[in-house]
Design a binder for this molecule. Structure first.
Ligand code: 5GP
Ligand code: ZN
Length: 116
């Protein structure tokens, strides 16, 4: 179910403009508005899922689709060979600021580790 107050549900519905790079049956990907690397995409389920912690075993297929889309987008964006990072921030300590599950796809520069 779409959540009317959810930012990413609004993006899915087209109510907030975004630079969409992939529009699949169940998965949408668009460029992050505040990119932290030359390539910074957000890969999200079209249905509202609050976070990774809010998924269950019935969401396994969807979770696989999110990662498969991130992999394909890494190829499409030309960062697959050099390498890239996929990140799912979850909850307060995980640094999640938007309460709709999203996979960050980051690349185009060497990324540091560990995160802060
Ligand atoms: P989080 O901190 O929850 O892991 O990631 C949320 C991400 O959403 C941030 O990287 C932030 O820049 C991005 N973001 C927030 N609002 C918007 C928006 O309106 N449009 C787009 N494209 N990205 C957004
Ligand atoms: Zn949502």
């Amino acid at each position: 179910m779409s959540q009317p107050e959810c930012l990413f549900c609004k993006i899915v519905a087209g109510g907030i403009p975004s630079e969409v790079v992939h529009d699949g049956e169940r998965v949408l990907a668009f460029r992050d508005i505040n990119p932290q690397a030359p390539v910074h995409l957000l890969v999200i389920p079209k249905e509202h899922v609050a976070s990774l912690a809010d998924t269950g075993d019935s969401n396994e297929g969807l979770l696989g689709e999110l990662l498969a889309a991130a992999r394909d987008l890494a190829v499409a964006e030309g960062i697959a060979e050099a390498g890239f990072r996929t990140v799912i921030n979850t909850g307060r300590d995980g640094g999640q600021t938007v309460g709709h599950l999203h996979v960050h796809l980051l690349g185009g520069r060497a990324l540091k580790w560990p995160p802060g």
